[in-house]
Design a binder for this molecule. Structure first.
Ligand SMILES: O=C(O)CCC(=O)C(=O)O
Ligand SMILES: [Fe+2]
Length: 351
């Protein structure tokens, strides 16, 4: 973080001290940070419970909290995504790449720049099977999208409120172990009925690179996730046994236009080394969860999900965070922010 903010945002630079965290939360001698929680979360998420989850995460690479969110909260997240999609459809926003034909999508939404720009935006990505043989969408948008990402937590008020709640902050500090976390990316993943594609085994530290590596995730089930509809799978302990020696990187040269917008030239996204490691998939466990449950996992935890051939969608919302204390946000990351939408420190954000 430090290198990215140092030139552009002196105000944010100053805020990288822990003073701001202490203002928002009280730390106990054990390092536990107290955040005021509401209702049943206060009873469920005791210090002891959260510390047990942290120990489990350290041992297995992941920990599940069942039934964390009530149905109403999850429905509100899903409704907000429906509104984002409807609004984009009704305004026909080219810049958001809401297209209806394969040709249009090939033109822009699969372009390197569209992907690179999405780090600062709310962008739409389609399933491979979203089109029929004539190149038309096989269903309404919310049944053919692969994901929407990657900055709705900083651009959409409802997602902002969800992501920067005291609940999420407490999980970030007290289970994931962050001192001063930054939520760098959010993804609304559709895994739609029939067309929802597989996600190959991977480690998130491959895609979200800080020095030292520090990515961790909170994945929220917005539907019941089962083996039938493509739940995630993971390999307990893999975060300790699988080194990260494979990275996705991006190279871009930016041009700043008079209106303040940016475009790139000579952009490329590439892997180093070129070929992915052969992940050994053994002792894998299905991360089956009810709507409203969450899994927290380490950035080196090997996880994946299968194609959803069932008739039930499997929506999920995932938040990827990194540490900002004593870390540097690599300039090689594909995920970067524009000056008008900088990365924010989680503990400084009001819900
Ligand atoms: O939801 C999935 O199937 C995969 C999500 C994932 O890889 C992640 O959130 O890091
Ligand atoms: Fe992942």
């Amino acid at each position: 973080m430090i290198s990215q903010f140092s030139k552009k945002s002196p105000k944010l630079m100053q805020s990288l001290s822990l003073v701001s965290c202490r203002a928002m939360s009280a730390s106990s001698p054990s390092g536990f940070k107290h955040f005021e929680l509401k209702d049943r979360h206060k009873e469920l998420l005791t210090q002891e419970f959260l510390q047990e989850r942290a120990v489990e995460l350290g041992r297995d690479g992941f920990t599940i909290i069942h039934d964390l969110y009530d149905s109403e909260t999850i429905d509100a997240v899903r409704d907000e995504m429906d509104s984002i999609i409807s609004e984009a459809e009704s305004t026909g926003l080219d810049e958001n790449a809401v297209f209806t034909t394969k040709k249009q999508i090939e033109h822009l939404s699969e372009s390197v720049d569209y992907f690179l720009d999405s780090g600062s935006k709310i962008s739409f990505f389609y399933e491979k099977d979203a089109f029929d043989k004539d190149g038309n969408l096989v269903g309404p948008l919310n049944s053919v999208l692969n994901k929407v990402g990657h900055a709705m937590h900083d651009l959409n008020p409802a997602f902002h409120q969800f992501c920067y709640s005291n609940l999420v902050k407490s999980l970030a500090c007290n289970v994931l172990g962050f001192i001063n976390p930054c939520l760098v990316q959010t993804m609304y993943i559709f895994k739609s009925a029939k067309v929802g594609g597989e996600v190959n085994p991977h480690q998130d530290n491959t895609y979200i690179i800080s020095n030292p590596l520090s990515c961790k995730a909170i994945w929220v089930a917005l539907d019941d996730a089962t083996k039938e509809n493509g739940c995630m799978w993971g390999i307990p302990g893999s975060h300790k046994t699988t080194p990260i020696d494979y990275y996705m990187k991006a190279k871009r040269t930016e041009i700043k236009h008079q209106d303040g917008s940016f475009s790139h030239y000579e952009s490329s996204v590439f892997y180093e080394p070129e070929n992915p490691p052969e992940y050994t998939i053994e002792n894998e466990v299905p991360l089956e969860m009810k709507k409203g449950s969450i899994v927290l996992f380490d950035g080196s935890f090997v996880h994946y999900s299968d194609h959803n051939y069932s008739s039930k969608k499997r929506h999920a919302f995932t938040m990827h965070m990194v540490e900002t204390k004593d870390t540097v946000w690599s300039k090689d990351n594909w995920l970067q922010r524009t000056p008008d939408n900088p990365f924010r420190l989680m503990l400084e954000q009001d819900p």
